[in-house]
Design a protein around this ligand. Structure first.
Ligand code: AMP
Length: 417
């Protein structure tokens, strides 16, 4: 074991793997732009009260998972444990609502949660997220969901399930909460200690518990969708109808609640059978009151966050081949000091002309340099020796066919392109 290792629950993405990650991130960005979403970059840390006051004090994230510390100025700072509150904070701070009726933003950001690490669950992970702020139209809920579906399909992922639910609004929830509490009252001894606490503090969270005993105790619990008021019910029906129009299949999961208290109406989650216990690929929902709670004018909104690490695990376990380019166009193998100096210049010239090039910096034998060219996935090796230099030319070897031709240095870029 080396003396220094990455902290528990974190991951290194090595250069041999990172082209795949770049590919997926790039597909996400392109999909967002297709749907009219633009990137918002916010800081990795925020003042702590943005999260403590807006995510829900009794949520797992706020009560036990945040990376919170005092900075040297004595301010309480938290590494962002989710992406929506920071996005809304920026939306309100920069008054984005004044310039456009609907603001559509996406982000790619690191998220920090002090969770118990296991496969697919880390203390630092990456979320690809979007937020659409400014519309109550159920069509935009469907747009948000369809963007995720389109993105998953764009990277070749077809095996996932979409679960949806409506968790109502502050008007319909109290009645439901009471019904749930009445139901759970006689089953408290079957619940885990966390759910007993949830029963007291935030009963809807019990529905989300992964413990088998809790799930079976609550299997016949009342369903929130039976308690929705007319407005929430109509909204939910319209979201479903739009999804059917878009040919997006879904199942209604009446027990689906999201991890934060700001959600209203639509809630959804994408799950993959390939992920074991941590099967949530991504999720999101509507949050019609959060903008106002963060200090903006009332603005309905909806969004999602998709976990990049879990997505990469799913891609791998399904054996999906991503069409990534890992190689370079050419590797310059040089022999002798003069040729080495010429190689430095030639590499720079070729790179400036848009040809991807690498070269040797270790003074190895020609044979060893050719091996490196092969390892780097170079399509061509450009061989530069004293003879070639004297003729202002290079030998270009096609690495796949081993065919060799001589090309004058002035024509090299065009030939390689
Ligand atoms: P959440 O904000 O908890 O709904 O998370 C959104 C998505 O981020 C989840 O569906 C997961 O794909 C991913 N995610 C959440 N927490 C973690 C974690 N601790 N490690 C890795 N991925 C996570």
């Amino acid at each position: 074991m080396p003396e220094y290792v990455a902290p528990r629950g974190t991951n290194d993405v090595l250069p041999s793997e990172s082209p795949k990650w770049e590919y997926v991130e790039d597909k996400f960005r392109k999909t967002c732009r297709l749907f009219g979403y633009k990137e918002l970059r916010t800081p990795t840390f925020e003042y702590t009260d943005l999260f403590t006051r807006n995510l829900g004090e009794t949520t797992d994230v706020v009560s036990k998972e945040m990376y919170t510390f005092q900075d040297r100025g004595g301010r309480s700072i938290t590494l962002r444990p989710e992406g929506t509150a920071p996005a809304v904070r920026a939306y309100v701070q920069h008054n984005l609502g004044a310039s456009l009726p609907v603001n559509k933003i996406y982000y790619v950001g690191r998220i920090f949660r002090y969770e118990r690490p296991q496969a697919g669950r880390y203390r630092e992970h990456t979320q690809l997220g979007i937020e659409a702020l400014g519309s109550i139209d159920p069509a935009i809920d469907a747009e948000v969901i369809s963007l995720a579906v389109c993105f998953y399909r764009n990277i070749g992922l077809k095996e996932f399930e979409l679960k949806i639910n409506s968790i109502g609004c502050p008007e319909c929830r109290p009645k439901y909460r009471q019904a749930l509490v009445d139901f759970a009252k006689d089953r408290l001894e079957r619940l885990c200690p966390s759910c007993v606490r949830r029963y007291e503090q935030n009963p809807m969270r019990m529905l989300d518990c992964k413990e088998q005993n809790c799930q079976s105790a609550l299997v016949d619990a009342p369903k929130l969708i039976d308690y929705l008021g007319p407005e929430c019910r109509e909204h939910f029906e319209k979201v479903q109808s739009y999804l059917r129009d878009l040919d997006i299949s879904f199942v209604i999961d009446p027990k689906l609640v999201r991890g934060f208290d700001y959600y209203t109406k639509t809630a959804f989650e994408f799950v993959s059978g390939k992920l074991g216990a941590q099967n949530a690929l991504g999720g999101g929902g509507r949050y019609d009151n959060l903008v106002e709670e963060i200090g903006g004018s009332p603005t309905p909104a909806v969004g999602f966050g998709l976990g990049l690490e879990r997505l990469m695990l799913t891609i791998e376990s399904l054996g999906i081949e991503l069409p990534v380019e890992i190689g370079i166009t050419a590797f310059i193998a040089s022999m002798g000091e003069k040729a080495h100096m010429a190689a430095v210049k030639l590499a720079y010239e070729l790179r400036n002309k848009g040809v991807s090039v690498d070269m040797d910096y270790t003074g190895r034998s020609l044979k060893a340099q050719m091996k490196i060219a092969d390892k780097l996935g170079a399509k061509y090796a450009i061989i530069l020796g004293e003879d070639e230099l004297a003729r202002q030319a290079a030998t270009v070897r096609n690495m796949a066919s081993s065919e060799q031709i001589t090309v004058s240095l002035s024509e090299l870029a065009d030939t390689l392109a």
